[in-house]
Design a protein around this ligand. Structure first.
Ligand code: ARG
Length: 269
């Protein structure tokens, strides 16, 4: 028995050596030539229609079309993986991913840990409630139960109103679960990005939901691609983003998803 495991160990050792050797040879050989396309690993939380969501096993959405267009312009291949919201942040932080793409708001807190691309989308938080709710403004959320996606700006907006450790804020790992909590009666409202809850209310008319706007309580937010600090692809992606905004490609993608013209001046401010 002892002899056998020794033999297995020896075989594993030889195999590992061979594998390292093999990798090294290709690395020193034709790998890394200048003409070869560079590849980036992009991580997302595909539970946020219309920005990123699963459709028949495929990740689709505005963000997906956007990042593909930017990468094409910049000469990169992209591989998008649906890892979920909280893991996405860890992966970008420890550089196992090159980029997070997930309707991610650029803010000061995140800027301490991450780099961001130039802004590519203007958003704001709004409130999703059942028709006939007595919630008419952000102020009315006080004393109510609010569900949010964990670690989003929706959560921080709710905390500003209800208090940081409020038991009345229910946190979920994705936004669809936060909405589900509302529709099954476990919460009075959801706070999340306007486009996402407006789309949800429109696509689910039987659930009789309405969206409340409160521009005094909720600030304008800009989405950016989130990168590890010191990212070596930031410059290429920023340049390509500006290019597709100027050459009409961005507008084409925007109109495909939102049916209206984007306000390009707001993005450039
Ligand atoms: N914009 C908000 C934030 O950055 C919510 C984004 C949530 N995105 C998602 N794919 N779940 O906090």
């Amino acid at each position: 028995m002892k002899k056998l495991s020794g033999l297995v160990m020896a075989m594993v050792f030889v195999f590992v050596l061979a594998a390292c050797g093999a990798e090294k040879t290709t690395g020193d050989g034709q790998g890394g030539s200048d003409t070869e396309k560079k590849s980036v690993r992009v991580v997302t939380d595909a539970n946020y229609a219309p920005f990123e969501y699963m459709d028949g096993g495929k990740i689709v959405g505005f963000d997906v079309d956007f990042v593909n267009a930017v990468a094409k312009e910049a000469g990169y291949d992209v591989k998008i993986e649906n890892v979920g919201w909280d893991p996405l942040f860890l992966e970008v932080k420890n550089k196992s991913a090159d980029m997070g793409m997930s309707a991610i708001t650029i803010n000061d807190e995140r800027k301490q840990t991450y780099d961001f691309s130039v802004p590519y989308f203007l958003s704001t938080n709004k409130i999703l409630v059942p028709e006939g709710s007595d919630i008419k403004s952000a102020e009315d959320l006080k004393g109510k139960t609010v569900s949010v996606q964990n670690a989003t700006t929706g959560q921080s907006s709710a905390e500003k109103l209800l208090g940081k450790n409020s038991k009345d804020i229910k946190k979920f790992k994705n936004n669809n679960l936060a909405i589900l909590e509302l529709t099954k009666g476990g919460a009075d409202a959801v706070v999340a990005d306007n486009t996402v809850i407006e789309e949800y209310a429109k696509n689910n008319p039987k659930q009789k939901l309405v969206v409340i706007e409160d521009s005094k309580a909720f600030e304008a937010e800009f989405y950016g691609l989130m990168l590890p600090k010191g990212s070596n692809v930031k410059a290429d992606f920023d340049e390509a983003t500006k290019k597709i905004i100027d050459n009409g490609k961005y507008t084409e993608i925007y109109k495909k998803w939102f049916k209206v013209e984007p306000d390009l001046d707001k993005l450039k401010e």
